[in-house]
Design a protein around this ligand. Structure first.
Ligand code: PHE
Length: 342
């Protein structure tokens, strides 16, 4: 019996399992009801009294050593499993994996920049419908019927007589504002506009505008020029300068195109400004008295100026984007470049 106890003790001490399942097998074989230890205890009953004391103590030691060995091995395997699990989702102490954050579309960024700049000059934002009638897009803006100026903006018509159409500029919002409000009026009108144009690197049939309108007593062309200069410096930097070239719009008189000094070459001439040192950014002018009158504003008392620009164009100039179609393709490699843009 002594030999059997010694043998089992040795096997307990030398037991080196490779997997948790082996520990459980070992426990059942040694410590289980029909296990080797119980068999020894049975045998112990018939041991001669003079050996009982010594063998009894040995058996007790064997039992506690076997239990302890099984417990330690179980803990070791549990710890190993937890360590392996921490590579997967199981470890609650692991830092969360970062979610990919979306970013603002460059067109939204630039539209917000434009409206922010004008809001610092006291302008509020006005919006209006994309589906418009002829009055708000053309007639109230001094486009006579059949006037060739209507050809300047290739219109998408939805219905004819009376004409329902997609707005070709956000000047329609300015008309709606003048109909609703009494001067002084100071609004910027951001929005999507539609023109039946062939899609290319510099034109799209859907694009975005921000137009502005300021009407009060005694508003002059000098006010217009100063406001646009302020805008250009805020948008393109302190060194930006502007120049105005005479132009024509049915709703303004006089009218001008505004150029800003090329921010890439500093006015020296490069391939973006085609060697001129200037980039065209918007149209503007003094609101034609006919337009004021059409919206119920007394042109003898009030005067005002209006301006309008394409958001895509401003964004192209500001960020050096060469192809306007990139704005509409929603390729995340393009969009991610504006993650931290201001
Ligand atoms: N509405 C003009 C356009 O879409 C821009 C403009 C607005 C020009 C206001 C002058 C004054 O081209």
């Amino acid at each position: 019996m002594n030999d059997k106890i010694n043998d089992l003790l040795r096997r307990v001490e030398e037991f080196k399992p490779k997997a948790a399942a082996e520990v459980e097998e070992f426990r059942i074989r040694i410590l289980g009801k029909k296990g080797e230890l119980n068999a020894l205890l049975d045998e112990f009953k018939s041991v001669a009294p003079e050996y009982k004391r010594e063998l009894g103590q040995k058996l007790n030691r064997l039992k506690s050593e076997a239990i302890e060995r099984v417990n330690t091995l179980r803990e070791q395997f549990a710890a190993q499993a937890a360590a392996a699990g921490s590579d997967k989702a199981g470890d609650m102490t692991r830092p969360a994996s970062s979610e990919e954050l979306g970013s603002r579309h460059p067109i939204s960024l630039v539209r917000n920049q434009i409206t922010d700049i004008f809001s610092r000059l006291g302008y509020t934002i006005a919006e209006g419908p994309e589906i418009e009638d002829d009055w708000h897009v053309f007639s109230a803006l001094n486009f006579p019927p059949e006037h060739p100026a209507r050809d300047m903006q290739d219109t998408f018509f939805i219905e004819k007589n009376p004409d329902i159409l997609l707005r070709t500029h956000t000047s329609s919002i300015q008309v709606r504002t003048m109909e609703r409000q009494k001067p002084p009026i100071r609004v910027v009108c951001p929005g999507r506009v539609f023109r039946n144009e062939a899609i290319s690197y510099r034109a799209h049939c859907i694009f975005h505008q921000v137009e502005g309108l300021y009407i009060d007593e005694g508003v002059s062309f000098a006010d217009l020029k100063q406001s646009i200069l302020y805008f250009a410096k805020e948008m393109f930097g302190e060194h930006a300068t502007i120049r105005m070239r005479p132009s024509y719009f049915p709703f303004t008189e006089p009218s001008a195109e505004v150029d800003v000094s090329c921010n890439l070459c500093g006015g020296k001439g490069c391939n973006v400004c085609k060697g001129t040192g200037w980039l065209e950014i918007m149209g503007c002018g003094m609101v034609d008295p006919n337009v004021l009158e059409a919206s119920g504003i007394d042109p003898h008392k009030y005067s005002g100026f209006a301006f309008g620009m394409g958001v895509e164009r401003i964004a192209m100039l500001k960020y050096g984007v060469k192809d306007l179609r990139l704005y509409f393709e929603n390729d995340v490699r393009f969009l991610h470049q504006f993650d931290n843009a201001l």
